[in-house]
Write a protein that binds this ligand. Structure first.
Ligand code: SF4
Length: 321
């Protein structure tokens, strides 16, 4: 299948100023990351809070500018596209935020909120916009009668449906879903995930689905990329990641997923401590400060992300050939 989105050696560093000794410091939120997303594919991007997932999604959409590396959309290098050209392209690349309430104007009816991207990008003629809004509301499980209501009149799950309708308003090919279900109750999470999956199939969308919870990623992704402190440490087809996880960090994330029976304990690695600061991250393998298998080389030299077998990529000396 053809690639729709690709990033090569992508970096996003935020300069924080100078230290007392005059040295420039930066937060290395995304630090040399490469991956692709095929047409009609869902890539789940998972990792703890602060590992750079959201920044990565925003850089791909050029909401944030990359520090280095390249971004391709439909085989076109869009890394340095000018604002006007990028604006034209943005109708094809949309984002669904974690907090739809924060991204919706409380003074705007939901009909107007869903129509707004059509206005901004001019993708739907004015006289057809209302019909299109009603159609989209139906697709996401909202009724026409709700069109003149305001965001505060909706539940969290309904507001996320509004956010999805808004993201679909311009007919995108690619969506970044940024922790889109994280703030919802588990039962509502399942509904929204199913909705996203249905819409992805119906519209033939490609998705970068960002979440900190592997159990959420499991239900929607075709492939999974695990991110730790600005780096991809493991990437593989979903089944492979869940049946045969390799990187100690992935194993630890899997161990943290609650099991249905509290009497049953999930075996595996335990994740100790917090994510280190992305300002001056640990040398060598960034996970070495939390890894039970740390070796001397891990502290000195960064492991490369290599294909161990069958498109199962891993950055860990335990699996170096
Ligand atoms: Fe652990 Fe070393 Fe592998 Fe890093 S490279 S995950 S420290 S064994």
């Amino acid at each position: 299948m053809e690639k729709l989105v690709e990033v090569r050696n992508l970096k996003k560093w935020f300069w924080t100023g100078k230290t007392l000794l005059g040295k420039k410091e930066s937060i290395r939120a995304v630090d040399d990351v490469s991956f692709y997303i095929k047409r009609r594919e869902i890539l789940g991007l998972v990792g703890e809070s602060g590992c750079g997932k959201t920044t990565c999604g925003k850089v791909i959409l050029r909401i944030l500018e990359p520090t280095a590396g390249s971004i391709y959309f439909n085989n076109r290098d869009i890394t340095h596209l000018k604002r006007k050209e990028m604006m034209k392209l943005k109708e094809k690349m949309m984002i669904i935020y974690q907090d739809p309430f924060g991204s919706l104007d409380p003074r705007m009816t939901i009909g107007a909120a869903i129509a707004e991207p059509m206005d901004v990008h001019g993708t739907v003629p004015k006289k057809e916009r209302k019909d299109r809004v009603i159609e989209l509301m139906g697709k996401v499980g909202l009724s026409e009668e709700q069109i003149n209501r305001y965001p505060h009149e909706f539940s969290g799950g309904q507001r996320q449906r509004i956010g999805i309708a808004r993201a679909l308003a311009t007919g995108p090919e690619f969506l970044v879903a940024d922790e889109s279900v994280s703030a919802l109750d588990v039962s509502i999470q399942a509904q929204i995930i199913n909705l996203l999956k249905d819409l992805q199939e119906e519209f033939g969308l490609s998705l970068l689905f960002i979440a900190h919870d592997l159990s959420v990623i499991k239900h929607i992704s075709d492939r999974v990329a695990v991110m730790y402190l600005g780096k991809i440490v493991e990437m593989a087809p979903r089944r492979e990641v869940f049946a045969n996880p390799k990187h100690p960090y992935t194993k630890a994330l899997l161990s943290a997923i609650p099991v249905p029976d509290p009497g049953q304990r999930r075996r595996g690695e335990i994740l100790m401590g917090d994510v280190p600061s992305p300002i001056n991250p640990p040398s060598g393998c960034r996970f070495h400060t939390r890894c039970d298998h740390v070796m001397e080389i891990c502290r000195d030299k960064e492991p490369e992300l290599i294909d161990s077998e069958n498109s199962h990529y891993i950055a860990c000396y335990l699996f170096s050939k």
